[in-house]
Design a protein around this ligand. Structure first.
Ligand SMILES: Nc1ncnc2c1ncn2[C@@H]1O[C@H](COP(=O)(O)OP(=O)(O)OP(=O)(O)O)[C@@H](O)[C@H]1O
Ligand SMILES: Nc1ncnc2c1ncn2[C@@H]1O[C@H](COP(=O)(O)OP(=O)(O)OP(=O)(O)O)[C@@H](O)[C@H]1O
Ligand SMILES: [Mg+2]
Ligand SMILES: [Mg+2]
Lengths: 167, 165, 167, 165
């Protein structure tokens, strides 16, 4: 079980380093086992997990100082790294892109597309950019107050949220 | 193996029977605030055996039964069915289509079904063992929860990590 | 001091009820002092604060069941109610509209405009709709990696985030 | 009374002296992720006397000094100035323009200034007493923190409420 933890940790770490670089278009990130006061070898069975992340062009600092969008992108890299080492037939992401600007939203979408050979993705979003990568789009509305209804979404006219076509 | 269809009836805001058909690739779910998108996520967690009402944003499990609106009376039962395509036989059963169902009645009575046969939560869990499907898998990221691993302290992160992987 | 708490609580409660209705275009909300097991009179000096909120057309349920956007709108109503009873010359809101759809974003912006007779508002946002109500717009960019720079924002061309004009 | 100008130099990502002039009405601040918008909020909190490094997303107060980039060396000092229009004499001093400043050196040495005169944090706090300005006022809602009152339990909410009002 110690062996299994070590193997999984190593896998996740490798995926995280690669996914972070892809999501940020550069920079460097890592997960490490904590050592007591930063000295000596970590106790594999007990040590906590530290996250380091340095966006491109910036200095390495505590991840707490990262911006909202940078934290989301770092978290997505780590979550997808875990997902990659323990794949599931499907993944569901509920509005994970809320804090992302246009450029980051696009990189996030591109990374999601790379996972599609292995898994189905269900994305809940308000972002038109994320909607544009969907193979199928479902709208949910409450035409009758308090009662949810599924509707078809026409993507060529204005915001699907305001004018969905009824299926 | 992949998800084929989700059906909700009487579950949270889905008073009427509502289906979502899933394809390989990306399925997007959109709509205004409060219309039911995250309730779809809750439905999938619930039918796969979620035991914590809190993790479904409720205070008690009864909260998942449609409890009426301005124009409707509350439902007596909540039901969710999740259909999997099992053509590649990833799931240890003969059928090429496997349906997991869960029901909760106002009385508190609760049922799980596999291909319409009554079963226990234990059977559902055993079916999905080692397939990466289940509420403990790191495959569902709830709204507002993407940052959890970053916000946690190193010790908490270790615990989450060990559960996920 | 008990008197002061009671007065403030009463003021905030009144503002909250009104602001909630404005933000949701209906429905009903309240803040209450908790009673032990819902019975008897609350202990004014000790009682916790309960929040109730019922969006238009829906039944009253635990606020935990509300959607992400509904929680944000409810929270904004309460924060602005507190702000209204303890006004400050300025208020700073950092990306509070992240979870809001177009319709709610617009109602939020309209409410902010009502407060402008009394206070200055500084809004940090990624939403074009929120940007459109600003009297002054500042762009912040990092043309030199890791170094922030203020730039002017032209609002008529594409997303200010991608092509700000340099001031 | 209203805010007139914010000036940051060596504060977080604002390596170079940068001004923001505020008008009555709505000032919008926009830009890509990580470019410095929330750092502007931190600057205002800091100059008004914020004592908690954690509340500024740092681990120690030294974290607010610009610590270099790919192309720049770190700064030796962080300074923020906040200018108020005091024409209506809301602030108890004669000037129609009041400037609050704060400096932090790498040595750990720290200064507050009122209209360029050295003073103590206590003086800054007394100046703003009963004006609704200050870090305890409910006038700054940080990124990701809008839901705090809803997430808190009733007892915690009471405490927050008492501090705010
Ligand atoms: N048992 C129930 N009966 C009826 N309605 C319910 C029930 N449980 C939850 N709801 C309603 O469902 C709504 C929340 O739906 P949901 O969280 O899916 O919204 P959403 O589409 O994700 O919105 P957002 O974009 O704001 O995140 C709430 O208004 C809530 O009152
Ligand atoms: N002392 C410092 N020296 C240099 N850079 C710093 C310092 N402290 C913070 N930063 C940098 O500032 C950036 C965060 O800026 P900020 O939080 O203002 O971004 P933002 O514009 O609000 O972005 P978002 O839209 O994602 O919320 C981080 O990349 C961080 O590394
Ligand atoms: Mg939601
Ligand atoms: Mg920010």
């Amino acid at each position: 079980s110690r062996k299994r933890f070590e193997e999984t940790f190593h896998q996740v770490r490798t995926h995280f380093q690669e996914l972070y670089r892809k999501l940020f278009g550069g920079g460097k990130a890592d997960i490490l086992l904590e050592t007591t006061d930063g000295e000596g070898t970590p106790d594999i069975l007990e040590a906590g997990i530290e996250i380091q992340a340095r966006p491109p062009g910036k200095e390495l600092q505590s991840i707490s100082l990262l911006s909202g969008g940078e934290k989301t992108m770092t978290a997505i890299a780590l979550l997808l790294a875990i997902f990659k080492s323990r794949p599931s037939p499907f993944a569901i992401l509920d509005e994970v892109d809320a804090a992302l600007d246009e450029a980051n939203n696009e990189r996030f979408n591109r990374i999601v597309r790379e996972f599609l050979t292995e898994s189905q993705f269900i994305l809940i979003t308000h972002s038109k950019r994320t909607m544009s990568i969907a193979d199928v789009l479902y709208g949910v509305t409450m035409q009758e107050a308090g009662v949810s209804k599924r509707v078809a979404v026409r993507f060529d006219d204005e915001s699907p949220e305001s004018k969905p076509a009824v299926a | 193996m992949f998800l084929k269809r989700l059906t909700c009836q009487g579950f949270k805001s889905f008073a009427d029977k509502t289906d979502f058909d899933f394809m390989p690739g990306v399925t997007g779910i959109v709509g205004p605030n409060g219309c039911g998108k995250s309730n779809v996520v809750d439905a999938i967690k619930w039918v796969l055996g979620e035991q914590s009402a809190r993790s479904l944003r409720g205070r008690q499990m009864m909260d998942v039964i449609f409890n009426g609106s301005g124009t409707r009376r509350s439902s007596g039962v909540a039901q969710v069915d999740l259909v999997f395509d099992n053509a590649d036989q990833t799931l240890p059963c003969d059928q090429t289509e496997v349906t997991v169902s869960r029901r909760l009645y106002r009385s508190g009575e609760s049922e799980y079904l596999l291909n319409s046969q009554a079963c226990r939560l234990k059977d559902v869990r055993e079916l999905f063992l080692d397939t990466g499907v289940g509420v403990d898998a790191y495959s569902i990221i709830e709204q507002g929860k993407v940052d959890v691993l970053l916000q946690a302290n190193p010790a908490e992160r270790r615990i989450i990590f060990e559960e996920a992987a």
